[in-house]
Design a protein around this ligand. Structure first.
Ligand code: HDE
Length: 696
């Protein structure tokens, strides 16, 4: 870790405590204590005597425990975080004077918190939902919080709708059901009655709503911010983070199963990668529109329900975000981290985006009930640069200010305002504003379907089919006919074929004509197939190697080596976790898990080496068969050699192939089989995983 990134770590260390071998127990007020197991009682050897309330140490322990919980976030309650760094490779000084976007020698410490939106803190990671992507950059000119999502648009245009939107999406009020799901009447009732949500629900129902990993999703600032340069020229800007590993998703059945089998799937995945040194990275980019071109588009660039299509406004990549250290303790760091969209450093500003303006108010306010008025003093939230002003007191104040004055102006001229002409001072942009005060939205804000069509048209056939199934799943969970009937009409405004397929599945009246014609236009990078990694990789991908006693160690060793060399994560799975013996003697292998304890959903690909006895055991093991069939059903790459070939092909009902002499790998629907182990052909399995290919 470099010294500048270490600035935040050094700052946090001021509050860190770690016991040594010599540390002994004390009370909270520092008095050494001799017993941490027995409450003070009236003692007698033959009879349990009364429990004494005078046990101050026991009472302190219980009181502290009673108050361990704070209110969970009203949205984005479940999250996982990590530390890292932001670096800039290309200055944009023509657009902004913000040093973090102009000084390429800088490295800025960051903390990122990923989250789901709807579920409670204890819900599952893999539910269908939008993911939060909140980045706190501890810049030398103050904290910069980009409080983004993995989807570039939002359900509402105006902050005043946020409580309605969240109420409708969260569990229903009468019975608090369902948990962490949008598949219910109220959510879809609101989606129909609130047409500006149309574009966003298409994204949420697409594969973007079920990411494979936090490391494989994009981050978007969503709202329109502004950049100001030294000549006081202003541009509009959207912020993007694009993952180096490409954008990948689960399939729905996998997501559903994982929610029960491993509810912490995403947070464990983040930790596993960072602990293994495979640091997740994102390219950081900006889309920029000069102020003079604000009105050149057929959508309003301040409307958070619209993307700026990348063929019209390309993303310019200028920096990199890397995550490389896990938090030391969840509560004081990941739980108490508090973001605020209003936190921007000098050179970056806001626009009249009516969602952003409301957010700037809301985030500070929500921290007051979650953490109290001194939330910005908490170690995870405090900046690495000096903080000085006359804000004072309040519950849980930590800072101690010396001196006799707590106001400005004061007779000592202490803490005067910073100079306006400095690149490190925040100066409000002087904007001429005119208009009439009115509760209304301007004309372009009233069009809601064109970009929903643009998104749908841009998807690959597989993604469209997943989206259709997702809508059919969700509306199947709505038992109020009004809700699914209306939604079928809304879908017909986007695409008639989509509406017809979903309506038929959910028992709604099948529309026979489009609510409006599909304009047929597409744009780049809306489909995640456009966002596969520039350099295909299996780094950090889990490849299960299924073996039983008598496995073929040549093939096992070759594939294990190939996975390891490409920084993939091989995981050996067997009918039991005690040592498994190869055919013909040699070193046994201790599996990572047994077939029952671990599931195919938790890996990205499977490889099965041959070995007569091993395959006999696996073919007669129902759980092994289920592993292979389930992985095939989830469109994962499966490799098999020797005797495993016919086991796999029979299990997934593929026609038999002649294996005895085959040196050539045969691939069908992601299943790669070859007779004799041979490293070139084995790499084909690896290639499939590498290309992030899933098969329909
Ligand atoms: Fe948030 N949002 N939001 N939001 N949001 C919160 O702040 C809010 C919106 C987002 O990991 C809350 O500290 C309003 C858009 C993330 O701690 C709250 C509006 C986007 C996180 C709040 C929006 C987001 C939050 C709850 C409409 C994507 C988690 C706890 C005007 C760009 C941050 C908290 C974390 C959290 C309000 C809309 C993303 C209540 C009023 C659009 C990633 O203040």
């Amino acid at each position: 870790m470099s010294s500048s990134q270490g600035a935040k770590l050094a700052d946090l260390q001021r509050d860190m405590k770690e016991p040594t071998d010599k540390t002994t127990l004390t009370s909270d007020f520092g008095v050494p204590q001799t017993n941490n197991d027995d409450w003070l009682k009236v003692y007698s050897e033959d009879k349990q005597g009364p429990f004494l309330m005078e046990d101050n140490f026991g009472r302190e322990k219980i009181h502290r425990f009673d108050h361990e919980r704070i209110p969970e976030r009203v949205v984005h309650a479940r999250g996982a975080g990590a530390f890292g760094r932001f670096t800039l490779h290309t200055s944009i000084e023509d657009l902004t004077y913000a040093p973090i976007l102009t000084d390429t020698s800088r490295e800025t410490p960051v903390f990122v918190r990923f989250s789901t939106v709807l579920g409670s803190r204890g819900s599952a990671d893999t539910v269908r939902d939008v993911r939060g992507f909140a980045v706190k950059m501890y810049t030398q000119e103050g904290n910069w919080d980009i409080v983004g999502n993995d989807i570039p648009v939002f359900f509402i245009q105006d902050a005043i709708k946020f409580p309605d939107m969240v109420h409708a999406a969260k569990p229903e009020p009468h019975n608090e059901v369902p948990q962490a799901q949008s598949a219910h009447n109220n959510f879809w009732d609101f989606q129909f009655l609130h047409p500006e949500a149309t574009h966003m629900f298409m994204w949420a129902m697409s594969d973007r709503g079920i990411p494979r990993s936090f490391r494989m999703m994009q981050g978007f600032g969503v709202n329109t911010f502004t950049l100001v340069n030294s000549k006081k020229e202003r541009s509009f800007v959207k912020f993007h983070f694009t993952p180096e590993l490409g954008v990948h998703s689960l399939v729905w059945d996998e997501a559903l199963k994982l929610a029960g089998q491993d509810p912490d799937f995403h947070r464990k995945d983040l930790e596993e990668a960072i602990e293994n040194g495979a640091f997740p990275k994102w390219k950081f980019g900006v889309q920029v529109i000069p102020e003079a071109k604000e009105h050149d588009f057929d959508f309003d660039i301040l409307d958070a329900t619209k993307v700026w299509p990348e063929d019209l406004v390309p993303v310019k990549y200028i920096g990199e975000l890397e995550l490389n250290r896990m938090p030391d303790e969840y509560f004081p760091q990941t739980e108490q981290v508090a973001f605020c969209t209003a936190h921007v450093p000098p050179g970056i500003g806001f626009s009249d985006d009516p969602l952003l303006q409301g957010r700037n108010f809301s985030y500070f306010d929500t921290q007051l009930s979650r953490l109290g008025v001194n939330w910005q003093e908490l170690p995870i939230n405090r900046p690495v640069c000096p903080v000085m002003n006359f804000n004072r007191d309040g519950a849980m104040r930590h800072a101690i200010h010396k001196g006799t004055t707590n106001y400005w102006p004061n007779r000592f001229s202490k803490v005067p305002p910073a100079p306006e002409d400095s690149k490190t001072s925040y100066v409000d942009y002087e904007e001429k504003v005119a208009g009439i005060k009115k509760r209304a939205r301007s004309a372009k804000f009233r069009e809601h379907v064109a970009q929903a069509q643009l998104f749908f048209n841009s998807l690959s056939p597989q993604e469209r089919s997943h989206l259709t199934s997702a809508l059919a799943f969700e509306l199947d969970h709505c038992d109020d006919e009004v809700v699914y009937e209306r939604m079928a009409q809304r879908l017909a405004e986007i695409d008639l074929g989509l509406a017809q397929s979903v309506a038929e599945m959910v028992g709604a009246t099948v529309p026979d004509k489009a609510g409006r014609p599909n304009h047929g236009r597409r744009a780049p990078n809306l489909s995640q197939m456009d966002l596969l990694p520039a350099k295909p990789t299996i780094a950090t991908r889990r490849v299960a190697i299924l073996i039983a006693d008598g496995f073929d160690s040549v093939s096992y060793t070759a594939v294990r080596g190939a996975i390891g060399a490409l920084q993939g994560t091989p995981m050996v799975i067997a009918p039991r976790r005690s040592a498994i013996k190869p055919a013909g003697g040699g070193a046994s292998v201790k599996p990572d898990h047994h077939l029952e304890g671990f599931r195919s959903t938790m890996v990205d690909a499977i490889f099965i080496p041959g070995g007569e006895q091993s395959i006999k055991a696996l073919s007669s093991n129902g759980r092994a068969l289920h592993w292979v069939r389930e992985a095939f059903g989830h469109l994962k790459a499966i490799g098999a050699t020797g005797e495993a070939v016919s086991f796999v092909r029979t299990a997934v009902s593929l026609p038999a192939v002649e294996v005895s002499s085959s040196e050539e790998a045969v691939e069908s629907y992601g299943v790669v089989t070859l007779g004799n182990p041979n490293t070139d052909s084995l790499s084909k399995v690896v290639d499939i995983v590498k290309n992030g290919k899933k098969f329909t």
